[in-house]
Design a protein. Sequence first.
Length: 259
Amino acid sequence: MRIVRALGAAVLALGWAVSPAVADSPSPSPSEDSAAPTEAGTSFRTAAEFDQGQTATADGSAGDYLYWSFPADAGQRPTVKATVKLPDTHAAETWQIDVYDGLRRRQACQYGSQTRTAAPGAASVQLACTLRTVRAWSEPWAGDPLPGTYYVRLTAVGLPTSDLGLPVSAEVRVESREIGGAAAVDGSLAEPLVPGVAVNSEEEREDSAVLSSIEPEDGWASGWWSDRWVWTAVGGALAALAGVGGYALTRGAGRPPRA
């Protein structure tokens, strides 16, 4: 009976220990939108920086390339959403959102409306792109998303000549879902893929300009922790209890003594 109670207590402890680890962690708390950029860059080097949870805005013209950048860490699955507000009168326009990592490799969208066409006279068009989960480490040939800076490029493709230069306004927002140990790997990058950081030492970074200064609110995780540690520890404890219980149940079992 005592063994059953011990096993029950262990299972209850497993539930309490694992439930906060495997639950979806909330996205980083939204920063004040007053700190979000109100302009967009025109290239990778001039991309406007913003944090996840902020809403970046910009005014531009149809035909322009609009660039923003944000940080993404290991275990996150970012979703980029963009809304383009169009003028009252326009032809059919196709808008597209592309996401690139710190090495400027275009990242594929798992799902979402990455390209959409606005009907003539439509007030706005909405786009979305959910990336694959950011991995702490990957083979160079794999092309997986890695921790570091990510770039968002928004533009119209196949734009009619009559719509070139028409004023538009855009909003971009990024939110992430924490995947946790399901995406953990045995390895981590020496430095996140942040332009101007990965190629310089810490002393050099203090004395030189860094192309990107943004990072997650709690710093870079570098892949050293995941909820797999919790599963491993509690699983080991349960295995030990099961061994003790099995020994107690079978102790003394065998042939009855002869009269």
